[in-house]
Ligand binder design. Structure first.
Ligand SMILES: [Zn+2]
Length: 254
């Protein structure tokens, strides 16, 4: 079984003490591939260095809407240069977060549009972070012609899901699914076609049920897989095969 964590912040300092060991355990668990999205300029060079060190890591580069206070006007030019030099697999994570306290809709939208343009320019998929803003994001995507991507931690409606699918998007699901109270999310990921789902942890955030307050890790991918298998009443092997194939075809891996 070859699993992919399609969204993991393994570059964060939380993993400095034992990143190498975490990756060894991932290999033992069958988590063969991990995608690490960028969040802000301050962390890009570290992220690039870490991704260069391990074959199982894939780099994405972008400016996260929750880090607006860190982004500066010039960062988009630096981002353009880094994409040219380091060939990330996607532009991400980018998007709109209208849930974040004190958010500035206009500033987030301008930054998101600029990064969408960058994805078009380099013909790259995008990794999206969207909260309370799916309709706004879909409106912007419809005007652009992005070659799809992943909506990370998707928790929208089935109708919004259908619009995303028409644009070539997959939906990331993680630890939130393991909470008994997450009935709406569980229903959504039971109903979505398996061909549109990818697994993710968003580590070190989003700990699984029973692990609140602990550091999350890509080692929890097999538990997320088991949870999804139980909900959908499909075998874990089948879900592993299809979700991995979904990622592979989005990014052109074989
Ligand atoms: Zn993230």
């Amino acid at each position: 079984m070859s699993l992919i964590d399609s969204h993991c912040h393994l570059d964060f300092a939380d993993f400095d003490p034992d990143r190498h060991r975490v990756l060894q355990r991932c290999t033992e668990l069958g988590v063969a591939h991990i995608i690490i999205p960028g969040v802000s300029r301050q962390s890009w060079s570290r992220l690039i260095t870490i991704c260069d060190q391990y074959e199982q890591l894939s780099l994405a580069l972008g400016m996260h809407p929750m880090f607006m206070h860190e982004h500066q006007a010039d960062d988009i030019h630096i981002l353009t240069q880094l994409i040219e030099q380091h060939q990330p697999i996607a532009v991400g994570e980018i998007g709109l977060d209208f849930y974040f306290p004190g958010h500035d809709k206009a500033a987030q939208t301008t930054l998101f549009e600029a990064q969408i343009e960058l994805a078009q320019q380099f013909d790259l998929p995008v990794i999206l972070h969207v909260r309370k803003a799916h309709d706004e994001v879909l409106k912007l995507l419809r005007r652009a012609s992005v070659k799809g991507g992943i909506v990370h931690a998707f928790n929208g409606s089935m109708q919004q899901a259908e619009f995303y699918m028409q644009q070539g998007f997959l939906f990331g699901v993680g630890g939130a699914l393991t909470y008994p109270r997450a009935q709406k999310l569980q229903a959504l990921f039971t109903e979505l076609p398996l061909e549109s789902i990818v697994l993710e942890t968003d580590s070190p955030d989003m700990p699984l049920a029973g692990h609140q307050g602990e550091r999350n890790s890509p080692e929890s991918i097999p538990t997320i897989l088991e949870t999804l298998a139980e909900l959908r009443q499909e075998t874990a092997e089948h879900i592993a095969t299809v979700t991995t194939a979904n990622c592979n075809s989005l990014f052109g891996w074989h």
